[in-house]
Design a protein around this ligand. Sequence first.
Ligand code: ADP
Ligand code: MG
Ligand code: MG
Length: 207
Amino acid sequence: MANAQKVKEVILAVGQVIEEKKLFLTQLDAAIGDGDHGLNMAKGFGAAKEKLEASEMATPSDVMKAVGMALISKVGGAAGPLYGTAFMNAGKAVAGKEDITLEDFQAMLEAGLDGVKARGKATVGEKTMVDALEPALEALKAAISNGSSTREALDAAVEAAGKGVEYTKTIIATKGRASYLGERSIGHEDPGAMSSYVILQTIADQF
Ligand code: ADP
Ligand code: MG
Ligand code: MG
């Protein structure tokens, strides 16, 4: 499915889409947080791009780890370290492999989600990125075990993440800044769930 060069291209595509959606993500965060999510993400992926363009990386794992480190070290706020941990863990899940398969992508998503949950102490239903990532993983797993094609499996994951974003509109935030709003957070999509959806959608579009 993807070697180091392809994974690098996918990450650069994600960075470009994040840059395009910077204002949109920041507006979502302005409604229930401090209005910097798009800026944080764009800064992080900008740093990741610099890192990826500065040196050749041999494996998908090396690429993912470099992205994770850039996100952790360059982004203030909650989401940078959470996504950074996700990318680092995803990289570790495929250590040493030259080429990753759809099953490897499932393992990466699972390791990434586990990292977010461990670091952020969030579970489904708290109005965070977990509400997009976990249903995406479940849908991907179900599709793979049903023998779906790569196309079908990736599309199912993206669709589930989108539904997860919609779901965040209906619930109260109990983690992160939006939790300060209590019931007033209802009616708004979670910015981190939205960025997770955007990232998954962009990844899926590259295959
Ligand atoms: P900050 O809230 O520090 O300004 P961002 O605006 O970049 O950081 O990111 C906010 C997003 O981070 C939220 O929309 C939510 O999805 C995610 N988030 C915040 N806290 C947690 C947590 N404990 N676990 C998982 N995700 C979280
Ligand atoms: Mg914010
Ligand atoms: Mg902030």
